[in-house]
Design a protein around this ligand. Sequence first.
Ligand SMILES: [Zn+2]
Length: 152
Amino acid sequence: MDTINAQWQSKARGYLASRYRTTDTGCWEWSQSCSDNGYGKAKFQQVQVSAHRLSYMAHVGPIPEGMALDHLCMNKRCVNPEHLEAVTPRVNSRRAVYAYLGRNYTLCFTGRGLWQAAYELGGRPRRRKHFRSKDRAEAVRKVESFIADLVP
Ligand SMILES: [Zn+2]
């Protein structure tokens, strides 16, 4: 599907318009219910859909097959199409790791010159990555450069 019926888009925009409020940061924050994973829930023309996906289709067009919509504003409730970018699932998860690691990771020495960076993602089990280095400062530099590399 390369285009979306203009009439459908217009109706969908009308549906969305009364269901969000604009924040100081320009986010269109979904004011209806959200699913457990934090995304806005929409029901348009009898179909359950994530509100941000509906908004993208209504304002921009089809979501390319196999692509995920990344919230550039990190606000999952946001349905502003200008805050959404269609990216591959790989890029999307890399960015999520980056966002999380950039804010919060712990580093501990596990012996034999191995440092372990540990973090959680979206409440899912801890993930760990080892970095070999002589001292903590060097390990921190390696972790930070690992994090930087995650950004495509
Ligand atoms: Zn936003």
